[in-house]
Write a protein that binds this ligand. Structure first.
Ligand code: NDP
Length: 254
């Protein structure tokens, strides 16, 4: 593929994210607490998570490893960060969930597969075929973009993993109900897991300083900002004693 064609695809992908954002804001994604049978055939929640996240791992790895570029050392570091996140999301997180008997619509799984396929492709192709030594020499390790970006990435990963962990342990094995989370970053926002995930991928965009990674970060906001607003509203509707000063997604902001 010509580099110009590739970038046209990436810019189009960003444009789609921006265009559909107002629609997604009103659309309550029907999984987890918002799950709905109106969305057709349902599959086991845990199986759904594995199937929908797998393309992010396989497509990204395939396009990186079999890309025709020269795979400079820096890109192996970027590759490892992505793989670290998605090994957890695909093979660890689903097995830790306490959602026994819960289901999600197959339609959600298909939407997520499309999203993960596209983001995996643009980032894997970019790093495996287009990224060269001139762009990422080993000295890029000392570049402020790399240092700043990796700090943001790991801060986001810490917040995301810690918050996922707190949520998972709100239930005893076999329980499926909901309580108000009160530990960690939940003191500030209703959805620190989503906030951490957004930080992570903006960190990745900064550390790679690349358009495909920025596209993925933008798509992460388009997915997770509405979900956090819907979760926040749901908490306020369900729990009369929900902390009034807690924001939805961004601490002290909204
Ligand atoms: P949720 O916060 O909706 O749920 C996470 C888990 O915690 C679920 O098992 C849920 O159960 C349980 N849970 C949540 N709140 C409570 C509560 N108050 N009491 C008891 N249990 C609770 O997270 P998501 O499903 O939206 O996302 C999971 C992870 O995936 C997050 O880390 C998120 O950042 C990431 N993600 C990333 C996306 C991206 O675009 N990069 C897109 C979507 C998710 P139940 O399922 O029964 O509600």
């Amino acid at each position: 593929m010509k580099e110009s064609t590739f970038y046209l695809l990436v810019y189009t992908w960003i444009a789609i994210a921006i265009l559909i954002f107002p629609v997604v804001l009103r659309f309550v994604a029907p999984y987890g607490r918002h799950t709905s049978k109106q969305w057709g055939f349902m599959i086991d929640n845990r199986v759904g998570w594995i199937i929908m996240e797998l393309p992010a791992l396989l497509v990204f790895s395939g396009f990186y490893l079999f890309g025709t570029g020269d795979h400079p050392t820096m890109t192996w570091i970027f590759f490892s960060l992505w793989i670290l996140h998605y090994l957890n999301r695909t093979f660890v997180f689903p097995f830790r969930l306490r959602t026994k008997g819960k289901k999600m619509p197959l339609a959600i799984v298909f939407m997520a597969i499309g999203f993960n396929f596209m983001n995996g492709f643009i980032n894997g192709y970019f790093l495996g075929t287009l990224a060269d030594e001139a762009r990422y020499p080993l000295s890029y390790l000392a570049d402020p973009r790399f240092i700043g970006g990796i700090l943001v990435f790991f801060l986001g990963m810490y917040i995301n993993w810690e918050s996922d962990n707190i949520l998972i342990h709100l239930r005893r094995l076999g329980e499926t109900g909901y309580v108000i989370p009160r530990k960690g970053f939940f003191r500030f926002v209703s959805c620190p897991n989503h906030f951490g995930e957004i930080l992570e991928w903006f960190g990745f965009a900064i550390l790679t300083w690349s358009m495909p990674a920025l596209a993925f970060a933008i798509w992460t906001v388009v997915n997770l900002l509405p979900r956090a607003l819907h979760h926040h509203q749901w908490y306020q509707d369900i729990f009369p004693d929900y902390p009034v000063d807690r924001k939805a997604l961004f601490p002290f902001i909204f």
